[in-house]
Design a protein around this ligand. Structure first.
Ligand SMILES: [Zn+2]
Length: 164
């Protein structure tokens, strides 16, 4: 299990944090530099998973950050999207989710692949004027060309879109 790490990159008003490893009770959030950035992007692509103590730490870290900065969550892998949908508060109020991975499975050849869904194409977050929603299509398998299907229960997987 890879240790939890955060790589920070500050550029003007934008702070980008790249998370990697396993989010558990040993996750050290003090390695994240103090920043006055108004926009904080969280790239979760390399997060490998989490447990309940790690998720608690995540929420105690992210809640105050979300009160002073606009948070954008990028490239959340399936294990993390499941938590986003189960645990209210993983995505704090007012945060944007710009992209997530959806696992696909090909019945013909058994190939598994995570497909990146962008906000605005595969799913949309609601605004004051619009409703959230998602759209899952079959995709050609990159190995054999047959139709690959999303390997999730959409109502459960995309529940994070409907949290208030
Ligand atoms: Zn295939």
């Amino acid at each position: 299990m890879k240790q939890f790490e955060v790589e920070a990159e500050q550029s003007g008003e934008q702070l980008t944090l790249r998370f990697s490893g396993f989010l558990n009770e040993e996750a050290d959030f003090t390695q994240i530099p103090e920043s006055q950035a108004q926009n904080v992007a969280l790239n979760l692509e390399q997060l490998e998973g989490s447990n309940s103590l790690g998720l608690k730490k995540w929420i105690s870290w992210i809640t105050p950050v979300s009160q002073t900065a606009q948070i954008t969550i990028e490239k959340a892998p399936p294990e993390i999207v499941n938590q986003m949908s189960i645990l209210s508060g993983f995505v704090p109020k007012g945060a944007k989710v710009s992209s997530i991975f959806v696992p696909y499975y090909c019945d013909s050849c058994g190939h598994e692949e995570n497909i990146l869904f962008e906000n605005g194409s595969g799913f949309v977050t609601g605004t004051a004027a619009t409703k959230p929603g998602y759209r899952i299509d079959d995709r050609p398998c990159t190995q054999c060309g047959a139709d690959a299907e999303a390997d999730v229960l959409p109502e459960a997987y995309f529940k994070f879109l409907f949290q208030k």
